[in-house]
Design a protein around this ligand. Structure first.
Ligand code: GTP
Length: 353
């Protein structure tokens, strides 16, 4: 189950990145406003109408895009128009002013690597490097153009490696913050939003179920075979749960040996069937992989969503069903029924004397 993918599956990742980098975008807009706009106007005045037009058109497309990202929280015209106008402006400016204009290309290609999706950045930079080198040839010695191209290629390669490492680090940190490090299941802090969304869906008739899953007598596994074996057993449990439910179901580790499985639009009958399969596969898996710890079973409490019910009460109902499963001898799957509330209250009162 790829919970991370589930949590971002409907979003456009590039747009999300751009939206997160609004401060950088604002800075880039400011820098281009104080450089490209005066340059564009100057070129119009000195008769370089084509260059002046493309520089100002680029600036205009950038302003439109940045305003859309700030106001509408999405791209309006996309990457292509500003990048196309930028490429033309660079080539024209080197064609007109020669070597002096080549210095501008370095910050431009670096910014493209940092702000534009990888493939588009590579394509745009390839076009800029190739086009600007061709435009520079009549103005300087071949060796100077060769050095210019090599320096640009080195800059762009370093920027790609750095940004690749940063994005990987970002992904790893995000995973660390939402997932349990032992099992890879989502941690309990991710649960509230998902349960709330599922409760909201129940209001629209899209009910589903949750299952609270607890390993039976897990303390004995630790006591008899050691903590490491306990960890291995927990991992097998999570693996088997993941193997026997759908990608769209979400598994949370609540702590210790307890898990909550949030099914995606699933009836009680189907949830019970999946729970039985999970329990059987866990028993089978541990017997096969760690025969010394065989005999590990699960107790599972299932509760169906009720429209407009608080998520805490929903989990509480699954907990009561789990309590029933434990007290009926463990290795059981119980579905919440209203009498669970009464029985549990009586049991608690009896326990308190
Ligand atoms: N190996 C290991 N043990 C853990 C971990 N987290 C909690 N535990 C242990 O898991 C055990 C949980 O035991 P309980 O849930 O109290 O009880 P149980 O033995 O499972 O009994 P029942 O739930 O009543 O069937 C405790 O001994 C904890 O120390 C972990 O990450 N790894």
């Amino acid at each position: 189950m790829d919970s991370l993918t589930f949590s971002v599956k409907h979003r456009d990742k590039d747009r999300l990145d751009l939206y997160k980098h609004r401060r950088v975008l604002a800075f880039i807009l400011l820098v281009t406003l104080v450089t490209f706009v005066p340059l564009g106007i100057k070129n119009l005045f000195i008769g370089e109408l084509g260059l002046g037009f493309f520089l100002l058109a680029f600036e205009l497309s950038l302003i439109i895009e940045v305003i859309a990202i700030f106001r509408l929280k999405r791209q309006l015209i996309g990457y292509f128009p500003p990048l196309f106008l930028l490429c033309i402006s660079i080539v024209l400016s080197i064609h007109t002013f020669g070597t002096l204009a080549t210095y501008w290309v370095f910050p431009v290609v670096m910014t493209i690597v940092f702000m534009v999706p990888k493939k588009m950045a590579m394509l745009t930079n390839a076009l800029i490097i190739f086009g600007s080198a061709l435009a520079a040839i009549p103005h300087q010695a071949y060796m100077v153009t060769l050095r210019y191209v090599l320096a640009l290629l080195i800059c762009v390669s370093i920027a790609h490696v750095v940004i690749g490492a940063m994005r990987k680090l970002q992904r790893d940190l995000r995973e660390l913050s939402i997932k349990d490090s032992l099992t890879g299941a989502l941690n309990r802090y991710q649960m509230d939003d998902s349960l709330l969304m599922a409760s909201e869906n129940a209001k629209m008739g899209l009910g589903t179920c949750i299952a609270l899953i607890d390993i039976d007598n897990f303390k004995l596994v630790n006591d008899l075979h050691g903590h490491d074996m306990g960890d291995k057993v927990i991992k097998v449990v999570v693996e088997r749960i993941n193997m026997n439910c759908r990608k769209s179901d979400l598994l949370f580790r609540l702590g210790g040996d307890e898990f909550l499985l949030l099914f995606d639009s699933t009836s009680v009958e189907s949830a019970v069937a999946v729970a039985h399969t999970i329990n059987n596969k866990v028993i089978e898996g541990i017997t096969k992989l760690y025969p010394e710890a065989s005999g590990v079973t699960l107790s599972i409490g299932i509760a169906e969503s009720i429209a407009a019910e608080e998520p805490e009460l929903w989990v509480k109902r699954a907990d009561l069903a789990l309590y029933d499963a434990k007290h009926s001898g463990r290795n059981q799957i119980k579905v919440y029924a209203p009498e669970h509330s009464r029985t549990t209250s009586k049991a608690v009162i009896a326990a308190l004397g």
